[in-house]
Design a protein around this ligand. Structure first.
Ligand code: SAM
Length: 285
């Protein structure tokens, strides 16, 4: 039975092992059974699912996942947590704990080994200091996955969801929305964690699209253009693209392409939709 979500049980485990939190690993452990249940139901975990958990900590969410999923693979970087996980997960025979850095793990290999190459689900209370590289790494590497349900900083969840014309709109919004449908499923206050983070958190579900919602001839080029546009977001798109020195884009070429799209040469990148970035990328040949 999953018991670690209850605060007194988490504290007992921490005391038993004399565990001290490491800030550099973004360690804020969940101590709220309702939130844990919410995450499991938002991720729609069933016995057919193979779940990758990033950063199991002392195994709190891992216990819930093990009860609902067919197989759980949990990747944890902190060596001090490995013996603790052995203890807290001893009742489950469907959990594989891997001691490694998620940014160095070959997730495709794990999918092949544990799920016959079929799509996995990713569920995690992420270490906030590497949220973006983890998400982008998963999407860009094209590993088979059907959804990512994660706890992130509230502001980052907002950034993933918003469209043009808002201050949070940026390269992360466009990248996430190219690969997946984002839905915020819960807001989580600091008192649901030990220790309490300084920021509010949110659970967001990213449901992977079978095919991207827009078409572009060269995905890599489109993302370079998007990054260049937001690297200098207060500049006009014409200036930020020509300053970036990518794909031979000059001020003239950028202005011509925008004109063909019926857009002003003084427009900023933050005003363009994903579809417009795809069109711009194709026009900038
Ligand atoms: N899942 C646990 C929970 O909800 O209570 C812990 C979540 S805590 C926010 C983040 C976890 O990720 C910590 O256990 C931390 O040690 C681990 N972690 C940090 N960086 C990591 C990395 N690069 N690869 C794998 N795990 C990492």
């Amino acid at each position: 039975m999953a018991t670690l979500g209850i605060p007194s049980n988490t504290i007992a485990v921490l005391e038993k092992y004399g565990f001290h939190f490491q800030k550099k690993y973004g360690q804020n452990f969940l101590i709220d059974p309702n939130i844990l249940e919410n995450i499991i139901s938002a991720a729609k975990i069933g016995k057919d699912d193979c779940v990758l958990e990033i950063g199991p900590g002392i195994g709190t969410m891992t216990q819930y996942l093990a009860e609902h999923a067919g197989q759980v693979i949990a990747v944890e970087i902190d060596d001090r947590l490995i013996p603790i996980l052995k203890d807290t997960l001893s009742a489950y025979d469907n959990v594989m704990v891997i001691h490694d850095d998620i940014l160095k793990v070959d997730v495709q290999k794990l999918c092949d080994a544990y799920n016959g190459g079929k799509p996995i689900k990713v569920v995690a209370n992420l270490p906030y200091y590497i949220t973006t590289p983890i998400i982008m790494g998963l999407f860009e590497s094209r590993v088979p996955l059907s959804s990512i349900t994660i706890m992130v900083q509230k502001e980052v969840a907002d950034r993933m969801k918003v469209g043009p014309g808002t201050k949070d709109y940026g390269a992360l919004s466009l990248a996430v929305q190219y690969y997946a449908k984002p839905e915020i499923v819960a807001q989580v206050p600091p008192n649901c964690f030990i220790p309490r983070p300084n920021v509010g958190s949110a659970v967001i579900r990213l449901t992977r699209y079978e095919a991207p919602p827009v078409k572009t001839r060269d995905e890599k080029k489109m993302f370079s253009i998007i990054r260049a546009a937001f690297n200098q977001r207060r500049k006009t798109l014409v200036n930020s693209l020509s300053n970036a020195g990518i794909y031979g884009i000059t001020k003239e070429k950028a202005a011509q392409a925008l004109e063909k799209m019926g857009l002003s040469a003084t427009i900023r990148g933050e005003a363009l939709t994903l579809k417009q970035f795809a069109e711009l990328s194709d026009l900038l040949d």
